[in-house]
Ligand binder design. Structure first.
Ligand SMILES: O=C(CO)[C@@H](O)[C@H](O)COP(=O)(O)O
Ligand SMILES: [Fe+2]
Length: 218
């Protein structure tokens, strides 16, 4: 049985009080921190760049999950790797050479994930499933925190879980967007193992929100 992991998305944390928010999340026992890189082109918003991952790396030992929402992810990969990300998630829609990117991430001894926008079918990444360490299913349209979970994504999670069991693949299944104490249960039942939550955690009392998610997974 794969470990269930909670990964707060620091996009929703207080930027001017970030270290305190991260410390609280880590003290509450989270398994990973999720960092959204956005370039204003692949998604209409700007967020953090690779240098930010490097800064976060200096304040915590918790594994870092980099979610690249950028065009030409190959331009940023070396920097993201050097910054200390442990899991690097690349959108299949963002590059013509997803396989090469996965190989480069593996060559750097990092975990490689492929991300699916809500409109992208699982069949698109069928040739990658034997190779990747993680599949990230976007459960909202990427670009913003605080959006509502798209129910139709549950079927995609189920498909990935079925393929994994059928072929004995090794990837984890991550969900990102609209995760709360209800949707986390639906995603876990469908077969997801890594749960990213931003506004649910950081818009309220951090430790108690994390506890509610942990409780919902029991
Ligand atoms: O990648 C993204 C958004 O594009 C996410 O990681 C968000 O930060 C999730 O926020 P919530 O939906 O949990 O508020
Ligand atoms: Fe994300």
């Amino acid at each position: 049985m794969v470990k269930q992991m909670i990964a707060p998305s620091i996009l929703s944390a207080q930027r001017l009080n970030l270290q305190a928010d991260i410390d609280q999340a880590v003290a509450a026992g989270v398994d990973m921190l999720h960092i959204d890189l956005m370039d204003g082109v692949f998604v209409p918003t700007l967020s953090f760049g690779p240098a930010f991952i490097k800064d976060i790396r200096t304040i915590t030992q918790v594994p870092l999950d980099a979610h690249l929402m950028v065009c030409n992810p190959e331009h940023y990969l070396d920097e993201v790797i050097a910054a200390g990300a442990d899991l690097i998630n690349v959108h299949v829609e963002s590059t013509q050479h997803i396989f090469r990117l996965i190989q480069l991430i593996h060559a750097a001894h990092k975990k490689a994930g492929v991300v699916l926008n809500p409109g992208t079918a699982v069949t698109t990444i069928a040739p990658l499933l034997a190779t990747v360490d993680n599949v990230l299913v976007m459960t909202v349209n990427p670009g913003f925190g605080g959006q509502a979970f798209i129910d139709a994504m549950l079927e995609k999670i189920q498909q990935l879980a079925q393929l994994k069991a059928q072929h004995n693949y090794n990837y984890t299944i991550e969900v990102d967007g609209g995760i709360n104490d209800q949707t986390i249960q639906q995603c876990a039942q469908a077969g997801a193992n890594i749960f990213v939550a931003g506004s649910y955690i950081f818009d309220h009392q951090i430790a108690s929100q994390i506890q509610k998610l942990q409780q919902a997974l029991k």
